[in-house]
Design a protein around this ligand. Structure first.
Ligand SMILES: Nc1ncnc2c1ncn2[C@@H]1O[C@H](COP(=O)(O)OP(=O)(O)OP(=O)(O)O)[C@@H](O)[C@H]1O
Length: 255
């Protein structure tokens, strides 16, 4: 978190001390889960009203230089193998012809090392080279690190923790927030290691996008590219039976 803050400071988006801003963000996170900094030993609540921290998320995503992204996209595109190129073309075309009314969700399934991350980064660069917003998220921090501009899905969409079977909640994104603006304006969401998340998480993001866009289609009508490898790790269900684990798969979702 503090590294993100330093990055924003370097881009003149934040004017408070790094430690103060991190504590404010932690307090905001805790508040969204019904707790406060003062609930933890050694901390007292802090006054967030002094903060001049308005990270313009939309601005941050528009920082990508079109020329640089075009160079990356052109170079990577020429290297794609036929399978990668097939997916690339479908997804890029869907994003270009997208009207928000024809929902388009894609899933890329491939074993480790088959070039999924390379493909995602090529798609991200191509969409960004057209001046559009492309959000890159992953279910795991380590996978998010490998995506250009990647964040964990929990961090990006403020997914509530925990999420229960009966939960019909949405993510902690209010309609008039910077994050809502960013999400509404995104042309595509690329989500790596999707098979590792519980289907309720995906459904929560879907409800949030529908709420923000006011479009009653899968993922609020956004183009979504979900990727991963079903041969790797499945969602972790504490003390879960085999049936419960299988039922938690995103493939078991109504989406
Ligand atoms: N078309 C390509 N041209 C050149 N290099 C490629 C191509 N596709 C993949 N690679 C390279 O192959 C290696 C493995 O690819 P990548 O990391 O994208 O696989 P992956 O499917 O995401 O793996 P994992 O599921 O384990 O994360 C990387 O070094 C990547 O740069």
């Amino acid at each position: 978190m503090s590294e993100d803050i330093v990055h924003d400071m370097n881009n003149n988006l934040i004017h408070n001390s790094e430690q103060f801003v991190v504590l404010c963000l932690i307090q905001q996170l805790l508040k969204s889960h019904g707790k406060n900094l003062a609930d933890f030993p050694g901390f007292s609540n802090i006054d967030e009203s002094n903060i001049t921290f308005t990270p313009n998320l939309l601005h941050e995503q528009c920082q990508y230089k079109i020329e640089e992204q075009t160079v990356v996209a052109d170079k990577n595109e020429s290297l794609l193998n036929s399978d990668q190129h097939h997916v690339y073309q479908k997804v890029v075309d869907a994003t270009e012809q997208h009207t928000n009314t024809n929902a388009t969700a894609y899933f890329v399934d491939g074993p480790g090392g088959s070039g999924k991350t390379f493909l995602y980064n090529t798609i991200l660069a191509r969409i960004r080279s057209k001046g559009k917003i492309a959000l890159a998220v992953a279910s795991l921090g380590i996978a998010a690190e490998l995506l250009n501009g990647g964040r964990t899905a929990h961090s990006r969409f403020k997914i509530p923790i925990p999420i229960s079977e009966t939960c019909t909640c949405t993510c902690n994104i209010s309609r008039n927030s910077a994050l809502a603006d960013l999400t509404k304006n995104t042309a595509i969401i690329v989500w790596d290691e999707a098979p590792m998340i519980h289907k309720h998480i995906l459904e929560c993001v879907h409800r949030t996008l529908c709420d923000l866009t006011q479009i009653d289609k899968p993922f609020g009508g956004k183009v979504v590219l979900l990727g991963g490898d079903f041969r790797q790790v499945l969602p972790v269900i504490r003390h879960g039976t085999q049936a419960e684990i299988i039922n938690s798969y995103i493939m078991q979702s109504f989406l």
